[in-house]
Design a protein around this ligand. Structure first.
Ligand SMILES: C[S@@+](CC[C@H](N)C(=O)[O-])C[C@H]1O[C@@H](n2cnc3c(N)ncnc32)[C@H](O)[C@@H]1O
Length: 272
C-alpha cells in the first residue's frame, strides 16, 4: 500500500536552513551557514554495506560544487538497497524489485549520480549492471569513484559503467538508449529550471519505448515550489511514495522514496 505523503498541494512551511544544503545553492538562495573545514569537506566518505559486508569509498570534492558531494537522499536510498538485499521479501523495495525477471543481471540507469554512491551501492547489493550518469564536467570524479570500488562491486557480480547524460538533451537520450529495467535518482529535484528537462528525460525513458521501466527517486523536500515538479510528473506517471524515512534532527521532513511508473502499469511484469 502506498504511504501517505506528508504534503499536499498547499504545502507545509519548510525551513531550508534546518536542512543540509550544499553551499553553492545556499549562496543562490541567500542562506549563510557555517562551513566545515577544508579537511572535513574533502574527506572521503566510507559506507559500509552490511548485506554484502563491503565498504564503498566515495571521494567528494565539495569545493567544486554540489555535484561533487553526497546529498542526504543518496544515503537514505543506499540504506534501503542494503536493507533490501538482507530482507528481499519485506523491504519497501520488494514489490518493485521482485517484479523483474530472475536469472539475468538487472540493468539500471542512474540520473544525476553526483559522487556515484547510489549507483555503486546498487551494483553491489543487486549484482546489477549500473550506468551512472551526470553532466560532462562531473564524469571524471564519477569515473574515479566507480574505479575505486570496482573490485568490491565485482565481488558481488555487479558492474558500474559511467556515461554523460544531460537531462532534456535529445542527443544524450539517443546515446544512452532505453535498455534498462530500472531508473534511479536521489536529490535530483532541487532547482526549478531543471524540472522540465528531468521530466523530459523520464518521459523518454519510461514512456518512449516498448520496455516497461520504473523510476525510483529518493527525495528530501526543501522548497514549496517542488510541488510543481510533482504536479507535472503526476500528469504523466503514477507516482507513489513507497518509503518515508524519519526526519533527522532539526528537520520536519525526512527523505521520501517515490516510484514513478507509466500510468496503469502492472508491477508484476516489469523488465519485459
Ligand atoms: C543535488 S545533486 C545530487 C547528487 C547525487 N544524486 C546525490 O544524491 O548525492 C544533483 C545532481 O544532478 C546533476 N544535474 C543537475 N543538472 C543536470 C542536468 N541538466 N543533467 C544531468 N544531471 C544534472 C548534478 O550535477 C548533481 O550531480
Amino acid at each position: 500500500m502506498a504511504i501517505q505523503e506528508d504534503v499536499d498541494d498547499d504545502d507545509t512551511d519548510i525551513n531550508p536552513v534546518t536542512m543540509i544544503f550544499p553551499e553553492d545553492q545556499q549562496q543562490d538562495e541567500g542562506i549563510v551557514l557555517i562551513s566545515p573545514t577544508v579537511e572535513e569537506r574533502e574527506a572521503n566518505q566510507h559506507h559500509y554495506l552490511r548485506s554484502v559486508e563491503s565498504t564503498v569509498e566515495i571521494r567528494q570534492l565539495r569545493s567544486q560544487g554540489l555535484s561533487f558531494q553526497l546529498w542526504p537522499a543518496a544515503t537514505a536510498l543506499v540504506t534501503l538497497l542494503d536493507h533490501h538485499r538482507s530482507h528481499p521479501t519485506t523491504s519497501p523495495l520488494a514489490l518493485t524489485l521482485s517484479a523483474f525477471p530472475t536469472g539475468r543481471r538487472l540493468r539500471i540507469l542512474e540520473l544525476g549520480s553526483g559522487t556515484g554512491l547510489v549507483g555503486i551501492a546498487a551494483a553491489a547489493t543487486l549484482g546489477a549492471y549500473v550506468t551512472v550518469t551526470d553532466l560532462p564536467h562531473v564524469i571524471p570524479n564519477l569515473q574515479f569513484n566507480a574505479e575505486a570500488n570496482s573490485e568490491a562491486v565485482a565481488r558481488h557480480s555487479g558492474v558500474v559503467h559511467v556515461a554523460p547524460l544531460r537531462w532534456g538533451e535529445i542527443d544524450d537520450f539517443e546515446a544512452i538508449g532505453r535498455d534498462y529495467d530500472l531508473v534511479l535518482g536521489s536529490d535530483v529535484v532541487y532547482h526549478d529550471r531543471l524540472y522540465d528537462p528531468l521530466i523530459q528525460t523520464l518521459r523518454f525513458l519510461l514512456l518512449g519505448g516498448e520496455k516497461k521501466m520504473v523510476f525510483l527517486m529518493a527525495h528530501l523536500r526543501r522548497w514549496k515550489k517542488e510541488s510543481a515538479f510533482f504536479k507535472r510528473a503526476r500528469k504523466l506517471f503514477d507516482v507513489e511514495v513507497i518509503h518515508a524515512d524519519r526526519p533527522s534532527d532539526g528537520s520536519r521532513v525526512g527523505v521520501l522514496v517515490y516510484r514513478f511508473a507509466p500510468k496503469g502499469q502492472i508491477l508484476n511484469s516489469l523488465g519485459s
